[in-house]
Design a protein around this ligand. Structure first.
Ligand code: PLP
Length: 390
């Protein structure tokens, strides 16, 4: 029997709702991966990714695997055994970076900040002073586990001024907030298809600066992963040179990513960021009108991932089930240090729209009233509407 998934509204930490334009693109006829028309699509995808990342980096392409593979690609290519890497951790993803460093046989120097706060630049400076031999600074720009944005521009500058390379995780950032790879001087940057690009999961856009590319070409040891070795992947995706077979690209998945990037290009980067900011403001106004609070400090809140404090006495899992069962609406649970304490409401890409904000507010209101929480019914929608009509 065929599998028919239920129709959901996805307002969790990703995947986000897929734009129907993308779903349609995914079903187009499969062609060969060395077909001249497919090569044209690869070239256009690269140009569209350069636009999204705000970079002229030659080595810009989607890894044929999810965001975690983009992360791994950055680490295994830049790092050799015995290297020292400063890893910032203020949520779930910093600990995965540590794993990656250690599996490369390298040393991870951890700079830890409390979950729900941004990376502390002073602590990073101190770590760099204490470890002047460190080769790479790795950090998460948009921490999806907490809804926090860190100061990527300053972190990249810190790395550069100390002769280090930077690795930036902006899986949740790309398309939702500013990601200016060249302006910031980020060396190895990775993202994901299923967050603010609203594509299906399974692809990871990456971009490497010329300094990072030189470091990869100048390695003394082979990259430990054959599949993710950029020296080989470059031969498949690289420039106008004749393409060498490396692996079969996920043809139809790339139709989807190309469409997602075309949608972003049509809308415009700044317009996309502004839309994410507006829908966040409306959601926040609605949540606060119902007496809920957003624990992350306003200046570092990600508009595309909203941590919402679970009120005392409320069963957070029951609320999520209520939303899923009665509204076919998915929101995320808290992770790690924030498990049980917050919900994570995503407003990413195609999911970031007024209809979703209103649906989420009415669904939450219904679920909380059902658990006996006293709240001013109807105020949330009015508060959100007031933001939209301003
Ligand atoms: C989602 C996410 C990842 C991992 O991406 P997958 O596609 O799930 O492998 C990495 N980093 C951050 C910040 C993310 O939000």
């Amino acid at each position: 029997m065929s599998f028919h998934p239920p129709k959901r509204t996805l307002m969790g930490p990703g995947p986000s709702d897929v734009d129907p334009r993308i779903s349609e693109a995914l079903g187009r006829p499969t062609i060969g991966h060395l077909d001249p028309e497919f090569i044209r699509l690869m070239d256009e995808t690269k140009t569209l990714l350069q636009y999204a990342f705000m970079t002229n980096n030659e080595l810009t392409l989607p890894i044929s695997a999810p965001g975690s593979a983009g992360m791994e690609a950055c680490f295994v290519n830049l790092i050799e055994a015995g290297d020292k890497v400063i890893v910032c951790q203020n949520g779930v993803f910093g600990s995965r970076m540590k794993e990656n460093v250690e599996r490369c046989g390298a040393i991870a120097v951890m700079v830890e900040d409390e979950w729900g706060t941004a990376i502390d630049l002073d602590k990073v400076s101190e770590a760099i002073k204490a470890h002047p031999d460190a080769k790479v600074l790795a950090f998460v720009h948009a921490e999806t586990s907490t809804g926090v944005e860190s100061d990527a521009k300053s972190l990249c500058a810190l790395a550069k001024s100390n002769g280090m390379l930077s690795i930036m995780d902006t899986v949740t950032g790309l398309g939702g907030i500013k990601v200016a790879v060249d302006e910031w001087g980020a060396d190895a940057t990775y993202s994901g298809s299923q967050k603010c690009l609203s594509c299906t999961p399974g692809l990871s856009p990456v971009t490497f600066s010329s300094a990072a590319t030189e470091a990869i070409k100048g390695r003394t040891s082979k990259v430990q992963s054959w599949f993710l070795d950029m020296n080989l992947v470059m031969g498949y995706w690289g420039g106008n040179a004749k393409r060498a077979y490396h692996h079969t690209a996920p043809i139809n998945a790339l139709y989807g990513l190309h469409e997602a990037l075309t949608i972003l290009n049509d809308e415009g980067l700044e317009q996309s960021w502004a839309r994410h900011a507006l829908n966040h403001s409306a959601l926040k106004a609605g949540l606060e009108a119902m007496g809920l609070s957003l624990p992350v400090e306003e200046s570092i809140r990600l508009p595309q991932l909203n941590a919402v404090a679970v009120p005392d006495g409320i069963d957070e899992a029951a609320v999520r089930s209520h939303l899923l069962n009665d509204f076919s609406l998915e929101i995320g649970a808290g992770l790690g240090a924030l498990a049980g304490k917050v919900w994570r409401v995503g407003l990413m890409g195609f999911s970031s729209k007024p209809a979703n904000v209103r649906l989420c507010l009415s669904a939450l209101e219904t679920a909380l009233l059902a658990q006996g929480l006293k709240l001013p019914a109807g105020d949330a929608i009015q508060a959100a509407n007031a933001v939209y009509s301003d």
